[in-house]
Design a protein around this ligand. Sequence first.
Ligand SMILES: Nc1ncnc2c1ncn2[C@@H]1O[C@H](COP(=O)(O)OP(=O)(O)OP(=O)(O)O)[C@@H](O)[C@H]1O
Length: 247
Amino acid sequence: MLEVRNITKRFGNLVAVKDVSMSVKTGELRAIIGPNGAGKTTFFNMISGYFPPTKGSILFQGRDVTQVSAHQRVGLGMGRTFQITEVFPELTVHENVLTAAEVAAGQTLRMLPSRADAKLANDVASEMLALVGLAAKADRLVGELSHGDQRTTEIAMALAQLPRLLLLDEPTAGMGDQETYEITALIRRLHKERNYTIVLIEHDMRVVFHLADYITVLDQGALLAEGRPDEIAASEAVQAAYLGESR
Ligand SMILES: Nc1ncnc2c1ncn2[C@@H]1O[C@H](COP(=O)(O)OP(=O)(O)OP(=O)(O)O)[C@@H](O)[C@H]1O
């Protein structure tokens, strides 16, 4: 599904990501972890097309997308959420998800979508709201919802773009225990029951070890380790990197 080949990102003299490769299979849930400043966000932003790598290449479903814009990557089937919630607070939950479905279908570029297209986008929005468990709140303004429900709305917006690969940037950021539990259960359901291929960055290790099939560990911009959760938990190199952070 996704093949990252030896990507590097420099910001002036700073090498934020150094020669990192990663291969994600269809149906896999991959977590990217690492101490603060390890380069996770920079790595993720290159995958989603927010900026290009200085070196290396990225293939999505066998196609080289290294120079393809973030917007075009969404069109190719890469859906993403952001570390900071990106929703329209003054619109309802349904309107937010509908907007995402319409943009994905290219409808905003046309003055008058056909009735069939409009119905399709509306059906997709309703289906995704049901899938994430927000159907009962469809007519509420997003700005009035809890932080957890706002982030869930954002996941529904990404799903409404009918992605083949879902990129989640710290889905539990800023959440309390109950919200973390609920969003983790939702992601697990999307992965296990709906077979979404998911790549996520996550700081909460309980979430990572509950969800991930494979874990990629970055440290100081480089790939430190890669493996199943039990392998990563047992890795002395990974433990040393995290201990270094708390010193
Ligand atoms: N746009 C930028 N310009 C310059 N330096 C940057 C930029 N973005 C990130 N960096 C630097 O690159 C390094 C990696 O940062 P990055 O945010 O990717 O790490 P991270 O693992 O996501 O960290 P955190 O866990 O704290 O979010 C850091 O030293 C950071 O200061």
